[in-house]
Ligand binder design. Structure first.
Ligand SMILES: Cc1cc2nc3c(=O)[nH]c(=O)nc-3n(C[C@H](O)[C@H](O)[C@H](O)COP(=O)(O)OP(=O)(O)OC[C@H]3O[C@@H](n4cnc5c(N)ncnc54)[C@H](O)[C@@H]3O)c2cc1C
Length: 409
């Protein structure tokens, strides 16, 4: 490694939501930063993924770039009703009169990831942060004072810190020698986005239907977002996911769940087996490379912890680097990065466990889970907590990860 100028910009690999947030969070803390991105500027990021943005994420974005959180609030929607059906019969419904949350920031905002990313791009432009396109990270060499990064556009970067926010296939993760192990869901899930109709739109409610008879007894999740709906169908034994995700079959499912008027509005379909994996370390040996977002962990989406927890990683990575960047003591700089790893590895374990609980529940064929669901459905008419249990359980626990400290008082 060559000599690293201590004032050189921090390099962030990846212009997904996590990389863009990392860059904004560093800029907000007065640290110069630049982004290197593998894809071209005219890339198509449609086929939106995250829609559910937690209130805490909105507050983070508002704090690091005033106005950004509120843009997602203003364009996003808050569905007022949550409803659950069981084998064709309603077992729970609750409508809220306010969007909850704190101050102007509601409990959540439902907005497609492509729109969230578009607002983040605008924020980067306003902050004067550059994205270098067609610049995939190819090699990473870290040392005690910084990192040498080579990118596909032929550039060599000497930087005090590198953040790997380069997604599930992360080159940065491989280059620092971290492993990436875990499980895969047993079932496949078909996920589709459906455009909103102009006439007679469905009421804005989040619906979970256990074993919906209209779709052959499969579990169905339907979630509204600005301009459309997310339809999620859980495959059952004997299903061929590719066949289920075909245009014709999706039209059938959409007609059955949402009505004839939505049948031709399917804009995007994909089938998934969800991975539940995390890196064995989120930092390199020299404490100069930090992994964030899907480069560090992949979670099943039930409970919406993927992008949300990636944005929390981004903010905490920036906080650690901002101290390390100006520290006069190497030990202090190392300590900050180690605290980042301790906090976010613990958070990822917690989130993996939470998403895993949701996944186990959804796929659960074990007798206890089956009995619990049946008992709750039988009681739901007369005992609201039973219906609420059925409504809540598909998303896992609601709590955020625990706060990790060094143990010092
Ligand atoms: C169906 C579905 C629904 C979901 N719903 C939700 C939800 O409601 N809420 C939620 O919080 N999360 C949700 N998620 C998860 C969310 O989409 C991801 O967690 C999020 O996109 C991760 O962001 P990221 O920036 O870490 O990675 P990515 O979005 O993958 O971005 C990585 C970036 O790095 C670039 N890159 C790759 N390799 C390199 C390289 N070598 N050098 C430089 N750049 C590189 C890529 O081109 C890309 O731009 C969902 C996911 C799915 C699949």
């Amino acid at each position: 490694m060559r000599d690293v100028d201590a004032d050189a910009p921090v390099v962030v690999a990846g212009a997904g939501p996590v990389g863009m947030t990392t860059a904004l969070a560093l800029h907000a803390r007065g640290v110069p930063v630049t982004i290197v991105e593998a894809e071209s500027e005219d890339r198509d990021r449609s086929g939106s993924r995250a829609i559910y943005v937690h209130g805490s994420t909105l507050r983070t974005l508002e704090r690091i770039h005033p106005g950004l959180g509120m843009e997602l609030v203003e364009e996003g929607l808050v569905w007022p009703t949550r409803r659950t059906c069981y084998h064709g019969k309603e077992v729970f419904s609750r409508t809220y009169s306010t969007p909850g949350g704190h101050g102007d920031i509601p409990h959540f905002s439902s907005i497609p990831q492509v729109r969230t990313e578009a607002y983040m791009h605008e924020a980067l432009e306003e902050a004067g942060i550059e994205i270098h396109w067609d610049a995939a990270v190819e090699s990473v060499e870290s040392g005690p004072d910084g990192v040498t990064v080579e990118t596909a556009d032929g550039q060599t970067w000497e930087t005090p810190y590198l953040v790997g926010a380069d997604g599930g296939g992360s080159t940065v993760r491989k280059e620092i020698g971290a492993s990436f192990d875990g499980d895969q869901s047993e079932n496949s899930f078909i996920i589709a986005d459906i455009d909103e109709v102009e006439e007679d739109p469905m009421p804005l409610e989040r619906l979970f239907h256990y074993a919906d008879p209209e779709v052959g007894g499969r579990n169905v999740l339907l979630v509204p977002f600005t301009g459309g709906w997310r339809l999620d169908i859980q495959c059952i034994e004997g299903d061929d996911p590719e066949e289920l995700a075909s245009e014709e079959q999706m039209r059938e499912f959409t007609r059955a769940v949402m009505g004839e008027r939505y049948a031709d509005n399917v804009t995007w379909v994909s089938s998934y087996k969800f991975l539940q994996v995390m890196a064995d370390t989120f930092v390199d040996d020299h404490r100069r490379v930090l992994l964030a977002g899907e480069a560090a962990h992949l979670l099943a989406p039930f409970g919406a912890r993927g992008m949300n927890s990636g944005i929390a990683d981004a903010d905490e990575a920036a906080s650690a680097i901002a101290v390390g960047y100006r520290a006069r003591s190497d030990a202090v700089a190392r300590d900050e990065v180690e605290m980042y790893a301790a906090r976010r590895e613990k958070a990822a374990e917690y989130n993996l466990n939470a998403a895993g609980q949701a996944l186990d529940y959804l796929q659960g064929e074990d007798p206890v889970t089956v009995l619990r669901k049946e008992a709750a459905a039988a009681l739901a008419d007369h005992f609201e907590p039973a219906g609420e249990y059925l409504d809540d359980a598909p998303y896992g626990p609601h709590t955020p990860p625990p706060i990790v400290t060094t143990g010092n008082y």
